[in-house]
Every structure is written in structure tokens, then in C-alpha cells.
Design a protein around this ligand. Structure first.
Ligand SMILES: [Zn+2]
Length: 170
């Protein structure tokens, strides 16, 4: 494939991975030799329907649930006012709820260092995210994925079919 940043050729490795109670998925991984862009994604063998996954974190052990996030997924945490939209540089990966929160922390930390953002608000949000990461506050993770690949592997996860209209502009 072509690097989305500099259009150089990237060699992508493909791995097959069997997730218990879920099935086989393909993991794509590669990096650009020119600009070091890291490419990661996950795909399922068979197509699935658009859906919304809702997962409630209520106690510390809830952050250990395994999350499959495709590059097409939009992630929302309404209680914290956070939305991660999918974009050209979006990545797909397998992580945990804690890992998702760490992604938000990593994305926000450089923004908070910039003077363009209100530092007080930013630091308050980072403080909440640190608590969220440890399951010390209750919140909801909502994943929208029209490819139906994303999932939270837990009995507590609620999976609902989505109509195209509900996907909005996304
Ligand atoms: Zn590149």
C-alpha cells in the first residue's frame, strides 16, 4: 500500500488471529521506511452489519475488557465529552478499555501543552482520564462502526444494529 503521509510504498504484514467466542480476524501491520508512519488495522473475514456497541465501566476490573477497534470506528465517551472520529490516518487495533483511554490521554497531552487550548480545562480532563483509565469513575464507551468489526468482548457490552440514518455524517 501507499503511505497516507508521504505516498511511499509500505510493506504490510498480515496476521490471522483467532479471538475466542468471536472468530478469525486479520491484523495488518506495517511502517513507512521514509517517514516512519505506522499502519495498523484489523478486519474480519466475513462482512458484518453497522452497529453500535455500548459498554459501561462501573468498577476497576471493567477496564480490562478486550476491545477490537477497526479503523472505521467512531468512539464516544459522553460523560467526558470525548469523541474520536475515524479519519484517513485512523488505526485499527486490539486493546483493552484501559488502552482506549490511554490513546485519548496520548492524543490530548500534546494538545494540552499548546497555548491555544484552555490549560485548566485540559488538565481537568486529563485528570478525569487518569481516573477513567483505572476504572475509578463510571462512564460509558460507545463505539459506532458501520463495518460491524469493532467489538467489546464482554457479557456487559450491548450491541445494537444501526440504521444508516443513525450514522449521521460519519
Ligand atoms: Zn511515509
Amino acid at each position: 500500500m501507499k503511505c497516507p503521509q508521504c505516498k511511499s510504498d509500505i510493506n504490510v504484514s498480515v496476521f490471522k488471529y483467532t479471538v475466542p467466542y468471536y472468530g478469525n480476524i486479520l491484523i495488518f501491520s506495517g511502517s513507512c521506511p521514509v517517514c516512519n508512519y505506522i499502519y495498523r488495522d484489523v478486519e474480519q473475514f466475513s462482512g458484518a452489519e453497522p452497529r453500535r456497541i455500548t459498554y459501561r465501566v462501573e468498577k476497576p476490573s471493567d477496564v480490562n475488557a478486550l476491545v477490537i477497534k477497526s479503523s472505521h470506528a467512531r468512539i464516544e465517551i459522553p460523560e467526558l465529552g470525548l469523541v474520536a472520529e475515524p479519519g484517513a490516518a485512523s488505526k485499527g487495533y486490539i486493546t483493552t478499555v484501559e488502552g482506549l483511554i490511554v490513546e485519548f490521554i496520548n492524543a490530548l497531552t500534546p494538545l494540552c501543552a499548546e497555548k491555544s487550548v484552555s490549560t485548566a480545562n485540559c488538565e481537568e480532563l486529563l485528570h478525569k482520564l487518569e481516573k477513567a483509565r483505572n476504572g475509578e469513575l463510571e462512564y460509558t464507551v460507545v463505539i459506532y462502526d458501520y463495518t460491524g468489526i469493532s467489538n467489546v468482548l464482554s457479557d456487559k457490552a450491548v450491541r445494537e444494529k444501526l440504521r444508516v440514518e443513525e450514522m449521521g455524517s460519519y
